[in-house]
Design a protein around this ligand. Structure first.
Ligand code: PGA
Length: 245
């Protein structure tokens, strides 16, 4: 693991955007695994700005998102599809035919999970996987559990994730209780993983994930076994890490 300490959120966003931009410049056909949440927003803003200046071209890139709420259509403003369009896709030149998210409206979870795993496989896997991290160390919606989920799966969100995500909804009752999430296999098979974290409320998750035992109770800890993981975190998120890190 390479741990890059950023001064603050803006610095973290810029450093991470640099790596994503370099990936797309070096390989325009890159398959990007993208993430929602508050943390990546600064990265997307930076990439949009570089795109507008002509510095990076997404026309041949593929995007495969980590997850989607069950029961929300792509047009629902709370859906992750809508989030990605509003915060990124609608502002760059990515081909809409190369943008993939799980279909939250598919009620047959077996079919949807198999379809999404096929999407990942048909695109040859992920070149660069961007990950945020939950306060409970979830990645995507891979929540703490007794085992690591392998393929795309339907998840029941934990109370802490529902509470954390309530800020995006009018009230807690509106937060969907289930989601489709990419599993650990696709994440671990990504050629490179870029995990970002900002703020003191992520410090415990970062310490447990990268300086504790590998256990499905701490989902992001599996990344200790990945060959090419870059963690870009700001000082607040690194505050609980051992001094020698
Ligand atoms: P956040 O979410 O970026 O909104 O903190 C991260 C996550 O839950 O994966």
């Amino acid at each position: 693991m390479r741990l890059i300490c950023a001064k603050n959120y803006q610095d973290m966003s810029r450093k991470a955007a640099n790596l994503i931009s370099a990936q797309v410049i070096l390989c325009p056909e890159s398959v990007l695994g993208l993430a929602t949440g508050s943390t990546p927003i600064g990265i997307y803003r930076q990439l949009i700005s570089w795109y507008e200046k002509g510095d990076v071209d997404f026309s041949k890139a593929v995007s495969i998102n980590l997850d989607e709420y069950c029961g929300l259509s792509p047009r629902d403003t709370q859906s992750y599809s809508c989030f990605m369009h509003q915060n990124f896709f609608d502002h760059i030149n990515i081909d809409p035919r190369r943008v993939y998210l799980p279909d939250g409206m598919q009620t047959n979870s077996t079919l949807e999970c198999a379809r999404y795993d096929r999407v990942i496989a048909d695109n040859g896997g992920i070149d660069l996987q961007l990950l945020g991290i939950g306060r409970n160390a979830h990645i995507g919606f891979n929540e703490p559990d007794s085992c690591f989920a392998c393929g795309t799966h339907q998840v029941t969100l934990t109370e802490s994730t529902i509470a954390a995500n309530t800020r995006f909804f009018e009230n807690e009752a509106q937060v969907p209780r289930q989601a489709y999430s990419m599993g650990m296999q696709a994440i671990m098979q990504a050629k490179r993983v870029l995990l970002i974290a900002s703020g003191a409320d992520k410090a415990e998750a970062i310490r447990n994930s990268f300086f504790g035992p590998v256990t499905p109770q701490v989902p992001a800890s599996i990344l200790q076994l990945h060959r090419d993981v870059i963690v870009i975190a700001d000082e607040a998120a690194l505050a609980d890490c051992p001094a020698e890190a």
